[in-house]
Each structure stands twice: as C-alpha cells, then as structure tokens.
Design a binder for this molecule. Structure first.
Ligand code: SF4
Ligand code: SF4
Ligand code: SF4
Length: 266
C-alpha cells in the first residue's frame, strides 16, 4: 500500500504519540512553549502519549508516532521497534532524529576517546554507561522505516502543526528543495558572507527557516540539513578563498548534521 493510500485511511481524529530518544528536548519544548499551537493540535488529534506534556501510554496503537532524538543504546533499538510496530506512520522531528544530531559527533571517536570525553564532563565513572551504549549515535531511519521528516534544530510549532494538518488532509508534508539563500533574497536580507566575510552554510542548506540566522546577522550552520541541489565542492572552495583552514572547513560541515550524506563531499 502506498503512503498516500494509507494516509487516506486515517481516522477522523487520529491517535498521536510523541516519543523522545537521545536529544536535548528542544524540539518538543519549541512546540510545548507555543500553547496556541499545542491547543490547535489537541483539537485535531487525540494525543495518547506525550511524557513531556502529561499523557503516558508509550506502546499504545497510534496513527502517528512523532519521534525526537537519536538512537544510542541497545534499549533504544528495542523501544523504537515496539513504537514502529504500533504506529501507522512515523514522523521524525529535528536533526537528532533525522541525522543523529550533535551527539553523532561521537561517531568520530573510538570507545577510549569517548570515555576520556565523558571523564572530562562527569564526576563519576561511566564504564556502565559505555557498556550499554551502541558504538555510534544514529538517526531513527537507521533502524526502522520513517514516513516523514521535519528538519531543524529545533523545529518550530508552525512546522509541526503544518505537517500534521497535511497528513490529516491526506497529503505528504511539503519538503523544501531550495537553499536558505533563496529566503535571504526574498526577504532582502544582506548577505553576511559578502558583507561581513562570515562563513555561511546557507548556499547548501535546505530552506524553510525564513533565513533566521542571516536575518540576525550571523551565518547559517546547516541545521535544516542539505538542500537538494547542494554544491558542497563550490562552497568549500569559497571558504578556502575566504581564508578558512581545512580543519575549520571540516568543522563547519561536521556539526549539527555531521551524518547528513548530502552535506559531505569533496
Ligand atoms: S534537533 Fe536540536 S533542538 Fe531538537 S532535540 Fe535535537 S538538539 Fe535539541
Ligand atoms: S547570508 Fe548566507 S544564506 Fe543568505 S544569501 Fe548569503 S550565503 Fe546565502
Ligand atoms: S539559517 Fe541555517 S542554522 Fe539558522 S535556523 Fe536556518 S537552517 Fe538553521
């Protein structure tokens, strides 16, 4: 059955669960803090599980499971498989769920390096945590099929309500294919790369945030993930021409979405 056929088969008031894996909670909070959007969502769907906001029924059968966070432990995999089994659709929200997020930077460390990082942060021994950890932080799609994704770090309540509304109307949530530069031009924002010499990932990052960072005078750091026509090679050369070292360039691309294949390249 196609995704569209399944969409048309949704109940008039679908059951929805919101789940958290490894994350900072920022995507859920961005939504909870917008009471109007939360109220609007509660008029459209029946929220049966949302630990951050109240209702608890983790493994209830639902039409839509909304998932924040990346997969980091063996227990995460087991819980995720149960959630997928009980959900008609899975909607991932935010960079953590879609590409592994900032915590996937640990994928560049071996166990020894990771242990040394943890010892520098936590006062107690962390060997037990290490034993339960998977060797890498991975996105939800690495373990179960994902139907829809909302990019960002964090996402906004507008994105979430729009996506849920689209699903209720039987259409797939819209995906932006243009880059952040398009929003800059539409809004008449002065380019921070040209005017201030500020390295900006906007030319290779998917549109959808209304060029939030450039509108505040700072470069984009790629939180929406790669745009469809990203030319990584050209932007890296631009950064070299601006005087960035190879290490600085690598760090620019290996940040929030370090595991996004579209943001990697020559
Ligand atoms: S995507 Fe960003 S804001 Fe959302 S949970 Fe992950 S780190 Fe937090
Ligand atoms: S500020 Fe960044 S996103 Fe905006 S036009 Fe310049 S390079 Fe593109
Ligand atoms: S400008 Fe870039 S980093 Fe800033 S919110 Fe938009 S996509 Fe994210």
């Amino acid at each position: 059955m196609s995704a569209h056929d399944k969409l048309l088969g949704l109940a008039a008031r679908p059951k929805v669960a919101v789940h958290k894996f490894s994350s900072c909670d920022g995507c859920q909070l961005a939504f909870i803090n917008d009471a109007v959007s939360l109220l609007e969502l509660s008029t459209l769907v029946d929220i049966v599980h949302f630990a951050e906001a109240g209702p608890l029924d983790e493994f209830a059968e639902v039409d839509l499971a909304i998932i924040e966070g990346s997969v980091n432990t063996k227990h995460d995999i087991h819980r995720l498989e149960m959630i997928r089994e009980k959900a008609k659709y899975v909607l991932c929200i935010g960079a953590c769920a879609i590409t592994g997020g900032i915590q996937a930077l640990r994928n560049y460390q071996d166990e020894k390096g990771l242990l040394s990082w943890q010892e520098g942060v936590y006062p107690q021994r962390t060997d037990v945590i290490i034993a339960e950890d998977l060797p890498t932080a991975k996105p939800i799609s690495a373990y179960v099929p994902v139907d829809f994704e909302i990019p960002g770090c964090p996402i906004t309540s507008i994105q979430l309500v729009s996506a849920v509304r689209a699903i209720l109307f039987g259409v797939e949530p819209e995906k932006n294919v243009d880059s952040v530069c398009v929003s800059c031009k539409h809004a008449g924002i002065t380019c921070v790369m040209v005017a201030k010499g500020e390295p900006c990932l906007g030319p290779v990052t998917a549109n959808g945030c209304e060029a939030l960072c450039p509108s505040l005078g700072r470069g984009c750091y790629g939180c929406f993930g790669a745009s469809k026509y990203a030319n990584i090679k050209a932007l890296k050369q631009q950064f070299r021409d601006m005087g960035l070292t190879e290490q600085q360039i690598t760090h620019k691309f290996q940040f929030i979405n370090s595991q996004d294949a579209g943001l990697q390249g020559e």
